[in-house]
Design a protein around this ligand. Structure first.
Ligand SMILES: [Zn+2]
Length: 118
């Protein structure tokens, strides 16, 4: 297992997203950084965010391929069963991208990961 994020206060981001109920009433979702790869440009898992506020707790993984492409994967049902197959992001990933997650990396280099373990 890679090292967990050190320090007393891991970064937490808050945003409003349509909620999981049928009316899609906006509610607050929080993103907590639970892992960051200490090697900034190494291929593999770069960061893991834990998403709370929905029905379940989800995890968003930012992964860098050997070719340098960044991929985002969310563990929610929308991402796994729909969004990734359609080449779009689920609301959790879109919410996270509002914060400019990838910094110097252009968002258009990001793409949904097609399957787990790829
Ligand atoms: Zn999601």
């Amino acid at each position: 297992m890679p090292d967990q994020v050190q320090g007393p206060q891991p970064p937490v981001l808050l945003t409003l997203l349509p909620g999981p109920d049928r009316k899609r009433v906006q509610r607050t979702y929080s993103y907590r950084l639970t892992y960051r790869n200490p090697q900034a440009n190494a291929p593999g898992c770069r960061t893991i965010w834990e998403v709370t506020g929905g029905r379940l707790i989800y995890q968003i993984v930012l992964e860098q391929t050997a070719a340098g492409t960044l991929r985002l994967h969310c563990s929610c049902a929308d991402a796994v069963f729909r969004a990734e197959g359609e080449g779009r992001f689920c609301k959790h990933i879109r919410g996270l991208l509002q914060f400019g997650l990838a910094g110097e990396q252009a968002v258009d280099r990001l793409q949904p990961r097609s399957c787990l373990g790829a």
